[in-house]
Design a protein around this ligand. Structure first.
Ligand code: SF4
Length: 320
């Protein structure tokens, strides 16, 4: 049986079997988690529906854990309020800078350069028994990457107790257990996460719904663009942003990136476009969609900026 057939089989098991397995899984590895940390499991809590279910199952299983929320600074305010009011036992962790402030230094994140996930979301619990609310039904990638138990390579391990739950089962569990959830789901959203995340298929809708966050992203991006087009890297090389004739081109490219993926373009196409940058006349400065792949015009002829040494902020990432 292939890996994907096994995943399909696991997903189609009866609910009672899946639920029993989730509980048993948590109980089985608790001893190991306690050996590493007397607080028990490190439960990664995002305030989303999956985290809510995972936390409830851990309570039902009676295992010891401590829940942590990593404040990304761009999560919907409704979600932050929900965590603070309904789950006061969750410990908040903070980064010294707002994510959009970091954009000034590192550039806009994208699918190939997801620096913010590593900084704002995925830290914490290294070398411990970490509970993750990831589900195979969310994407093929997650189904192939994750198992119910996985070593973390740092002496700890991951346990994914709801890995094989379907969306329907998640919502039915929330209903049966009468669990509270963030109000954003009632607005029709299927996931909660960072507002304006470039990986989200609803990036534009999110930025329209939360204009204050859109302004923060834009300000960070504008400052990054200005800095990297006026200065060169310490090794004398140019930043990739010089391929965008204006900031509006850079911004429109970022907003459109997710859309290109939704249309099923190949990764190679997206990467080629990104590296080529926005080459000239076809680029609309008013935030319209970019031309489809293959529609690039003549190379940008605006000339490169004069070389200057030492970027003011040290010039990390976002380069070529
Ligand atoms: S979810 Fe998106 S915006 Fe949030 S940290 Fe990860 S890549 Fe960045």
């Amino acid at each position: 049986m292939t890996e994907s057939e096994l995943v399909k089989k696991a997903l189609s098991q009866p609910w009672e079997v899946k639920f029993r397995q989730s509980v048993q899984l948590l109980q089985m590895y608790e001893t190991f988690a306690l050996r590493i940390n007397p607080d028990g499991y490190y439960l990664a809590f995002s305030g989303g529906k999956d985290s809510i279910c995972m936390k409830r199952v851990a309570d039902i299983a009676g295992v010891k854990y401590k829940a942590y929320y990593h404040n990304t600074t761009v999560d919907p305010p409704e979600v932050c309020r929900f965590i603070r009011d309904i789950h006061p036992d969750v410990t908040w962790t903070h980064q010294p800078k707002h994510l959009c402030k970091m954009v000034e230094e590192r550039g806009l994140p994208n699918r190939r350069h997801r620096w913010c996930c590593a900084v704002y979301k995925e830290g914490g619990g290294d070398g411990e028994g970490k509970l993750i609310g990831v589900r195979a039904a969310e994407s093929h990638r997650r189904a192939s990457l994750w198992h119910t138990f996985k070593m973390d390579g740092r002496g700890g391990f991951f346990v994914c107790p709801i890995l094989y739950w379907t969306d329907k089962e998640v919502w039915s569990f929330i209903k049966t257990e009468e669990l509270k959830y963030p109000s954003v789901y009632d607005e029709g959203r299927t996931r909660v996460g960072c507002i304006g995340c470039p990986l989200s298929q609803t990036q534009r809708e999110e930025l329209e719904r939360y204009p204050r966050y859109a302004a923060l992203w834009r300000r960070g991006a504008e400052r990054f663009y200005k800095r990297t087009t006026e200065y060169v890297k310490s090794d004398g090389d140019f930043y990739a942003t010089v391929n965008f004739p204006t900031f509006e081109h850079y911004w429109a490219w970022w907003l459109a990136e997710g859309k290109r993926w939704q249309r099923g373009s190949k990764e190679a196409c997206m990467i080629a476009n990104m590296l080529a940058g926005w080459r000239g006349e076809l680029a609309p400065p008013d935030g319209q969609m970019p031309p489809p792949h293959g529609g690039w015009a003549k190379p940008y002829e605006g000339g490169r900026p004069p070389r200057r040494k030492s970027p003011p902020l040290g010039g990390t990432g976002g380069g070529r």
